[in-house]
Design a protein around this ligand. Structure first.
Ligand code: PGA
Length: 252
């Protein structure tokens, strides 16, 4: 497998100018010697400029946590992909389960956001994943397939060439309950096979991250699985040493 590792931090709605400065500087210096793994932090909108000023020229890319499906216009409170491009964002998270569940983002809107990011040459990190109830009733694969298909149908399979997928079981996010490496591997393999139906080359190349209570002490065993290429990290991305250790664990 020639896929490089990738670790992205999702700060969610956390941070302050002073705290971010310390965290960003520590992450830059701690990831200086990384090889064959990329890393990024997805920060709240107001702090993107700060991330850009600290991270420019470093090994660490930056991005947003959400994006509008529209490019410009009378959409009070929204931020477009064009604006993220303007601020040097390389990535944006789309379809995080907190957006889907708490803010009612449906598959169609997530697919439109994915497409908007692509149109501005930003790499979308597309989150998919099932709730506990869906897993327990045996619907996990169907839910994930529907989430993926919505994007493939709207944006086209070719757009997956320049995207990243994050499998994040909702029951593992912020709960301290990580999927076992085998549970995650099974879903990652399923995602790859679903993409392979359209294009086996893209399926083999696409980075699929695992997210949900990844910490320094469980990252290595998760990333050792053949179809897990790195992680999308929430809580642990707010602690420099934790985040750096997770990035190191993704080196192959
Ligand atoms: P967590 O969050 O690492 O805090 O579980 C992951 C995410 O929501 O992306």
């Amino acid at each position: 497998m020639g896929r490089a590792g990738f670790v992205a931090g999702n700060w969610k709605m956390h941070g302050s100018l002073a705290r971010n400065q310390e965290l960003l500087e520590a992450v830059v210096s701690g990831t200086r010697s990384l090889q064959n793994v990329s890393c990024a932090v997805c920060v709240p909108y107001p702090y993107i400029v700060q991330a850009q000023s600290v991270l420019e020229g470093s090994h660490v890319a930056w991005g947003g946590q959400n994006v509008s499906q529209y490019h410009h216009g009378a959409y009070t409170g929204e931020v477009s992909a064009d604006m993220l491009t303007d601020l040097g964002c390389r990535y944006v998270i789309v379809g995080h389960s907190e957006r889907r569940i708490l803010f009612g983002e449906e598959n169609r809107v997530v697919a439109e956001k994915f497409r908007a990011a692509q149109e501005c040459s930003i790499t979308p990190i597309l989150c998919v994943g099932e709730t506990l109830a869906q897993r327990e009733s045996g619907e996990a694969e169907q839910v994930i397939a529907t989430q993926l298909d919505a994007v493939i149908d709207l944006a086209g399979i070719e757009t997956l060439r320049h995207s990243v997928i994050a499998y994040e079981p909702v029951w593992a996010i912020g709960t301290g309950k990580t999927a076992t490496p085998q549970q995650a591997q099974d879903v990652h393999e399923f995602i790859r096979s679903r993409i392979a139906v359209h294009n086996s080359r893209i399926a083999g190349d696409i980075q699929i991250l695992y997210g949900g209570s990844v910490k320094a002490d469980n990252a290595r065993e998760l990333f050792a699985m053949p179809d897990i290429d790195g992680g999308l990290i929430g809580g642990a991305s707010l602690v420099a040493e934790e985040f750096i250790s997770i990035c190191l664990a993704a080196q192959n």
